[in-house]
Design a protein. Structure first.
Lengths: 341, 78
């Protein structure tokens, strides 16, 4: 799938930024209420601490900061579209992207949200690449932002320690397939027969909010952990293999693997399944937790900032999330200016 | 079969198996709720042994897991 390398119909990464809220929440702070030990949390998740929003701090607040950082990295504040991948929009209605666009001085451009839970960033890459390929846009700002802590049951030890809040953003410009930063072939998939594995049931059209609110946990994020673990390893490994084949790459060609930071145990199982070199596996989950859709761009930005990702590295991206949804793609890392926040 | 289990635990699940004995409890051996999922996947894919993670979670010792592996490894009754 080489395509016509001379035609400028591809999305090329040209800006990158991230933002994490200030509030650090350690395992120690969670242990007492959840009646578990720090070792229990660390051993099952690989997570030591995570960032959570303060009450009143919303997804858009994180998205604006990450978007601003990505636009600065790209060297231009101008884009034709703003795509926001999120599971936690500020409101049920309207979408959060138009507000974010306006606050970035981009009022007037196309702006909408993409909902694919933890796969949202990869779905957003496909959306942005499609806008560019179709001629709808020359430059797209793609932000993935989550205030996931706002969905969590404060007494659920299986979800509360895992998730963190944050935002990552990229600017994609029109370019050629053979340029560094060009987004490779995208593999996307879904399995709605397993939608029950990852849910927030209340507040949608099937179970609208009533007064009093239902008391069965349906207003909270719920996840069937063991089946999600199995599906995430199987789906991400298959999608990654498919994306590599579509790109014409061998596994041994890959310098860095950046997967959705679901849980350190998922990442370890995935690395074993794919036969990845240890030094290729890139991680930040210990310090930020699982930031859902934001996890891949936050990790990309941190890795680019600290030198783990270098220009010329061949990078494999893979994600998995509720829906179920999954996706993978490849790119050769470009020269980028990334500012640590 | 005991050696197979120990090798999967060491090489795939990256658990420390030096101290593991047959009478060790599943949890003490490091086979928590996520590890049994991975064990179930590896036994199925690489060793032709079909045991669900639900079944593994009901077993209390390493020896019980080994016994079920031996039972499931047998070819179907002719």
């Amino acid at each position: 799938m080489t395509g016509a390398t001379g035609s400028a119909d591809r999305a090329v990464l040209c800006g990158l930024g991230y933002f994490l809220p200030d509030r650090v929440v350690t395992n120690t702070q969670l242990c007492e209420r959840l009646d578990v030990s720090e070792d229990w949390i660390e051993g099952r998740t690989g997570i030591s601490r995570r960032r959570w929003v303060e009450p009143g701090e919303a997804t858009s607040d994180l998205a604006v900061e990450a978007g601003r950082a990505a636009l600065k990295s790209a060297g231009s504040g101008l884009v034709d579209a703003v795509v926001l991948a999120t599971t936690t929009p500020d409101y049920r209605c309207p979408a959060t992207a138009p507000d974010v666009a306006a606050r970035l001085g981009l009022s007037g451009v196309a702006a909408f949200d993409v909902s694919a839970v933890c796969t949202g960033f990869v779905y957003g890459l496909a959306t942005a690449a499609g806008f560019i390929a179709a001629g709808f846009a020359e430059r797209v700002l793609l932000i993935a932002a989550e205030a996931f802590s706002t969905l969590l049951d404060p007494d659920d030890r299986t979800t509360q320690p895992i998730f963190g809040d944050g935002a990552g953003a990229v600017v994609l410009r029109r370019g050629r397939a053979d340029e560094p930063g060009a987004i490779g072939p995208l593999v996307l998939g879904s399995d709605g027969d397993r939608s029950e594995l990852i849910t927030v049931k209340a507040g949608g059209s099937r179970l609208p909010f009533r007064v009093p609110a239902p008391d069965d946990g349906s207003q909270y994020f719920q996840m069937r952990g063991r089946e999600v673990f199995r599906q995430s390893v199987e789906r991400m490994s298959a999608a990654a293999a498919e994306a590599l084949e579509a790109a014409g790459w061998q596994l041994s060609d890959v310098d860095r693997v950046v997967t959705h930071q679901a849980n350190a145990r998922v990442s370890a199982a995935l690395a074993t399944r794919l036969g990845l070199r240890r030094d290729a596996v890139t991680q930040n989950i210990a310090d930020v937790g699982n930031t859902a859709a934001a996890s891949i761009p936050v990790l990309l930005a941190q890795a680019a900032s600290n030198g783990t990702l270098e220009p010329g590295h061949r990078v494999l991206l893979a994600a998995f999330g509720g829906g179920l949804t999954w996706g993978a793609t490849t790119l050769t890392w470009p020269e980028l200016e990334v500012h640590d926040t | 079969m005991y050696e197979l289990l120990k090798s999967v635990m060491a090489e795939v699940l990256l658990l420390d198996v030096d101290e593991v004995r047959p009478d060790a409890s599943r949890e003490d051996a490091g086979l928590d709720s996520l590890a049994v999922v991975e064990l179930s996947m590896v036994l199925s894919q690489h060793h032709g042994i079909e045991i669900t993670d639900d079944e593994l979670l009901e077993l209390e010792t390493v020896a019980e897991i080994v016994a079920l592996m031996e039972q499931r490894k047998r070819p179907a009754a002719a």
